[in-house]
Design a protein around this ligand. Structure first.
Ligand SMILES: CC(C)(COP(=O)(O)OP(=O)(O)OC[C@H]1O[C@@H](n2cnc3c(N)ncnc32)[C@H](O)[C@@H]1OP(=O)(O)O)[C@@H](O)C(=O)NCCC(=O)NCCS
Length: 182
């Protein structure tokens, strides 16, 4: 079911993450993850990592979720997905992942991979819903509690409508402007 139906709103907007979003993203990241990425990591992704693409989901202007990927030749590596705890089970994760898959297919990505904690059943269900298959384990991968990482791959992109509207954040311009403005 789409987010529009579940949130009963057509106001969910998916767009490229920008530097202006990073206060909200950091807050959300700290709320959601036990080992959150520091703000600087997102800043680096937006400004210096040419392989990275990040999308935010905005509901009535508030950021309620985000998703990221690295595009490495014809492979996509999903780096993270998070939905604000108050906005879960409304189809926002669905919408973010669907958009990511369409955009990935639109730029010739043929397979995708990701890691997920063994205990994270909600995320595993989400990935399995979109054809990701559990393939292997990285034992003790997560440093905070030595939890295993499950590696998932999606090897076929059938049924995904490719979109060529991948939103690329033109981070350098904004970063330069910020620098000039002090
Ligand atoms: C995983 C996460 C992104 C899902 O976001 P969401 O907006 O709540 O997900 P949706 O409402 O779009 O649900 C999409 C699908 O995900 C699965 N799902 C989501 N939450 C679930 C839960 N609590 N239990 C079981 N399945 C769940 C279901 O398959 C669901 O499809 P369905 O509604 O047809 O059953 C969200 O729970 C989250 O942010 N978790 C913390 C961060 C995280 O774990 N990120 C993944 C790191 S690998």
């Amino acid at each position: 079911m789409s987010a529009d139906k579940k949130t009963n709103s057509t106001d969910l907007i998916i767009e490229a993450m920008t530097l202006a979003d990073l206060d909200e993203i950091s807050e959300l990241e700290n709320m959601v993850f036990t080992t959150p990425w520091p703000r600087g990591a997102f800043e680096g992704e937006l400004t210096t990592n040419a392989l990275a693409r990040y999308l935010v989901a905005r509901l009535n202007k508030k950021i309620v979720g985000y998703i990221g990927i690295w595009l490495i030749f014809n492979e996509g590596h999903i780096t993270n997905i998070a939905v604000h705890p108050d906005y879960r089970r409304r189809g926002i994760g669905d919408t973010l992942l669907q958009r990511l898959l369409s955009n990935a297919k639109g730029c010739s990505i043929e397979s995708l991979t990701l890691e997920v904690r063994r205990s994270n059943l909600a995320a595993q269900k989400l990935y399995e819903k979109y054809g990701f298959i559990f393939t292997s384990v990285r034992p003790g991968y997560y440093t905070d509690n030595k939890e295993d990482a499950l590696i998932y791959w999606k090897q076929e992109m059938d049924g995904i409508e490719p979109t060529d509207d991948w939103i690329v954040y033109e981070g350098e311009e904004e970063a330069e402007e910020e620098e000039q403005n002090g």
